[in-house]
Design a protein around this ligand. Structure first.
Ligand SMILES: Cc1ncc(COP(=O)(O)O)c(C=O)c1O
Length: 472
């Protein structure tokens, strides 16, 4: 039994009021039009009392609805969303075509369990995904629910296909919080502290993070990361024990860091030399975020396995891996699958997403709005008022980071400028995320954001950074 009673749907115009005592909470419908803060704070308090504390959150606003680049709270606040649910609702909140496709599918078939039969939306989704894969060899799919599950599926595939056990990940990488992916996530210890022992056989090699380690010299940084990887294969995990190297094509949670131009090609060569599989995690960088359908297209490299999630269905939970048929066919029937894997409604939403990409020229908009955002951030970097704070402006498309300090501007581990700017942005009506152990803000807008909305964002970011600079 739940410790509280949730009323049947509250009639329009009434509010849910939460009362929490030490032992239990009750929610009731009220006609109270009471002060806005009270309504909001009672729901937020209810969430604080009953949702696992292990979930950290940016704000205690209670979201009621979303449309395009904005979300609206139960207290009537309109917020410009530069998080898009951490790179998920890439085509904007409640994109009308995606919503319609999901609504239609709900009336036809909600759950077509993959171990029971094929279901049409999933097959149609594959049909539409095939021509946009970054390499023709990527022709066989497995769908899952979350990014972490898909990462784990890629590791299962690599182990089975190579008969080897070990996995090399990159320092600073984020691959998830499940029991398996916790061991692979190396962006912050908070994701694994207190949960050990983690799965064995995972080794971390440096990601070429040019600003932090080589003060802007991308070639030195790339050379060094490749050397470290080669040393790892000589000293820690022998090639014959190494199933895969998994890399976020653009480091996400670790700081929105694109690798130097030659890095992935050189990793590919190492993989080819030793029969190691190259897995690219495009969970955050995929589906147009970087200005190409997949970030790997910027680098011209063939992955053996690619991991997808987030943007694939604009908010519906679905993830997947794609690889070569000859590798995928090594898995015995029954070894893969799961109750909700590749849900039919999510697949229908995914189909609408891919249609929208074509019909609405999404990538053209990303290019134009990316330039606008970079102009604004470079302006802050050059400005006398704020330039001293800013260490690096980087990213691809609309996967963009602003790092405060670092490099020649000094140590910025655990720095607080980013979170101070973030707080000011939220006060001014814009949601934005920090990221990484270094002092970094990341910008993840709607890929269909308008010029005016981007200008609004640039104004808020500029004002916020200037205020923090003034306050010292
Ligand atoms: C690159 C990358 N991989 C994997 C994951 C894990 O995805 P999920 O949170 O859906 O499990 C994330 C989530 O942010 C991610 O950014």
């Amino acid at each position: 039994m739940l410790g509280y009673a949730v009323p049947a749907n509250c009639p329009r115009g009434t509010n849910i009021a939460a009362q929490t005592t030490h032992h239990q909470s009750d929610t009731t419908c009220t006609n109270s039009k009471g002060p806005e803060e009270v309504k909001m704070s009672s729901l937020a308090q209810f969430g604080t009392n009953h949702i696992a504390k292990g979930i950290g959150r940016l704000t205690t606003h209670v979201l009621e609805r979303g449309s395009g680049s904005y979300v609206y709270t139960t207290e009537g606040k309109k917020l410009l969303d530069f998080t898009m649910g951490i790179g998920v609702t890439n085509l904007g909140h409640c994109h009308p075509k995606v919503t319609k496709a999901a609504q239609d599918q709900v009336g036809k078939l909600v759950h077509g369990q993959v171990n029971i039969a094929f279901q049409e939306p999933q097959l149609r989704l594959i049909e539409k995904l095939l021509p946009i894969m970054p390499d023709k060899s990527l022709d066989t799919f497995f769908f899952w629910n979350s990014g972490s599950e898909a990462v784990e599926a890629s590791v299962k595939l690599a182990r089975q296909a190579t008969g080897r056990q070990n996995i090399i990940v990159m320092q600073g990488s984020y691959h998830g919080r499940t029991m398996g992916t916790m061991a692979m996530t190396r962006s912050k210890t908070v994701y694994s502290a207190g949960f050990h022992p983690l799965i064995p056989g995972v080794y971390a090699s440096p990601f070429p993070y040019t600003h932090q380690f080589h003060n802007g010299n991308a070639q030195d940084c790339s050379d060094n990361a490749i050397k470290e990887l080669e040393i790892m294969l000589l000293t820690q995990t022998a090639p014959k024990d190494t199933a895969a190297i998994i890399i976020e094509t653009v480091l996400g949670e670790g700081g929105y860091v694109p690798p130097p131009p030659d890095f992935l090609k050189r990793v590919r060569e190492i993989c080819d030399k030793h029969g190691i599989l190259l897995i690219l995690d495009e969970v955050q960088s995929g589906f147009g975020r970087t200005g190409k359908m997949f970030a790997v297209e910027h680098y011209g490299v063939r992955p053996d396995v690619m991991v997808m999630a987030k943007g694939i269905a604009n908010g519906f939970p679905i993830s997947g891996i794609v690889s070569r048929k000859e590798l995928m066919d090594l898995q015995p029937p029954g070894s893969m699958g799961g109750t909700y894997a590749g849900n039919a409604v999510a697949c229908a939403a995914g189909l609408a997403v891919l249609d929208a990409f074509k019909e609405e020229k999404v990538l053209d908009n990303v290019a134009a709005r990316s330039k606008q955002l970079f102009d604004c951030l470079h302006g802050l970097q050059k400005s006398e008022k704020t330039g001293h704070l800013i260490g690096d402006v980087r990213g691809l498309g609309l996967m963009v980071a602003l790092e405060f300090g670092g490099g020649s501007k000094g140590d910025n581990i655990g720095g607080k400028i980013g979170s101070r700017v973030q707080n000011k942005c939220v006060e001014k009506g814009m949601l934005v995320l920090t990221t990484s152990i270094y002092d970094t803000l990341r910008f993840i807008p709607n890929l269909l954001i308008s010029e005016e909305e981007m200008s609004e964002a640039c104004e808020i970011i500029t004002e916020s950074v200037e205020e923090v600079a003034r306050e010292g």
